[in-house]
Design a protein around this ligand. Structure first.
Ligand SMILES: NC(=O)c1ccc[n+]([C@@H]2O[C@H](COP(=O)([O-])OP(=O)(O)OC[C@H]3O[C@@H](n4cnc5c(N)ncnc54)[C@H](O)[C@@H]3O)[C@@H](O)[C@H]2O)c1
Ligand SMILES: O=P(O)(O)OC[C@H](O)CO
Length: 311
């Protein structure tokens, strides 16, 4: 009941049993235990009914579900605006979320991304947060900010989708790195260095792909990077902590029970960095650790052994 009911919100999910349990208990025990669902939240197990009811579609699946969900929504309601909260690069294609949506809906579709520092567990409890709504069309961003902005969930507009989405994607890889560093006891100085050099890597990639450097100084860049690298609510950071403790990735992901987008994003970021000849040593070390058998200590040693360079 943290927020006032200024909108009728209808929640659809693919697991009917889970939806039924939420409707009965008015609580999402699996993902948000302890938070009472707002009385005005309708729970709808039928996808078509939910899609037809809405003036705005908001997709909050893992990134791997965005393409299919956007396609189905567009087939049913082609004119309904779409927002998404998914962060990452599509596995295999290396596409950002807005590029996936453009392929499915066309490049002039009314759409945008919600991103920035926002642990769901805190937002759901009504704790204050500030995030970014980025869309190519500034009038679209202003309109939906007007509808969604609240004192406890402040929305800021941006038109730099590339910068905002790269910030949201690559911070997850950096959070795994920060978890590894903290888990190995390297201390606060090392973590501050990782965050700062991580931001430099993120900005290099964003600029190479057409994003603006200043976007990375804002909520979708530095804001989300700081949150995810330092906050133990982060699933990506927890993956790093568990790797440092010697667990295998398969075991970690099984126990986590949630998506940790940095795991697949690391592979795509390294591919993009190679294609664009950009140095991204932290992402390369994390990709090698996650996907190529490098152990955590060796990954950190490789980063520390790099030649000196200008900042
Ligand atoms: N949890 C957060 O604090 C948070 C905050 C901001 C952004 N995000 C981003 O939002 C996205 C979702 O994160 P989450 O925390 O909700 O993940 P989660 O793993 O906790 O939950 C994902 C939900 O999506 C469902 N799902 C998975 N694949 C699906 C598909 N193909 N079609 C339909 N439903 C599917 C799952 O059943 C589950 O209910 C991620 O990209 C994440 O980076 C998460
Ligand atoms: O739990 P994480 O690491 O997926 O982070 C969640 C959000 O992206 C934080 O803004």
């Amino acid at each position: 009941q943290a927020f006032s009911a200024s909108h009728d919100v209808c929640l659809w999910g693919r697991d009917r049993v889970h939806l039924g349990e939420m409707a009965d208990r008015r609580e999402n025990l699996r993902y948000l235990a302890g938070v009472r669902l707002h009385d005005a939240l309708a729970i709808e197990p039928d996808f078509e009914t939910a899609a037809h009811r809405a003036d705005l579609h908001l997709v909050v699946t893992p990134l791997s579900g965005l393409r299919d969900t956007a396609r189905q929504l567009h087939r049913l309601q082609p004119a309904t605006p779409l927002l998404w909260a998914c962060k990452g690069f599509e596995a295999g294609t290396g596409l950002l979320p807005h590029e996936i949506v453009a392929e499915e809906l066309g490049k002039d579709a009314p759409c945008g991304v919600l991103t920035g520092p926002s642990f769901a567990a805190e937002v759901a409890r009504g704790l204050p947060a500030a995030i970014t709504l980025a869309a190519h069309d500034p009038a679209f961003a202003r309109h939906w900010i007007g509808a969604l902005h609240q004192p406890r969930l402040r929305l800021y507009a941006n038109t730099d989708l590339v910068g905002c989405e790269i910030g949201g994607a690559v911070k997850n890889v950096m959070a795994i790195a920060a978890g590894v560093s903290d888990g190995m006891g390297f201390g606060l100085n090392a973590r501050a260095a990782l965050i700062t050099r991580g931001l430099a890597e993120i900005a290099r990639l964003a600029q190479a792909l057409g994003g603006r450097a200043e976007t990375l100084m804002g909520l979708a860049g530095m804001g989300d990077l700081i949150l995810t690298c330092t906050g133990d609510l982060s699933r990506n950071r927890r993956v790093g902590l568990a790797l440092a403790a010697g667990k295998t990735l398969d075991d970690i992901l099984r126990e986590l029970g949630h998506v940790a987008e940095g795991v697949s994003t690391a592979r795509e970021v390294v591919g993009l960095a190679h294609r664009h000849a950009i140095e991204m040593p932290i992402c390369e070390a994390i990709d090698a650790l996650l996907h190529h058998g490098l152990n955590a200590r060796k990954a950190v040693e490789l980063l520390l052994a790099r030649d000196p360079r200008d900042e």
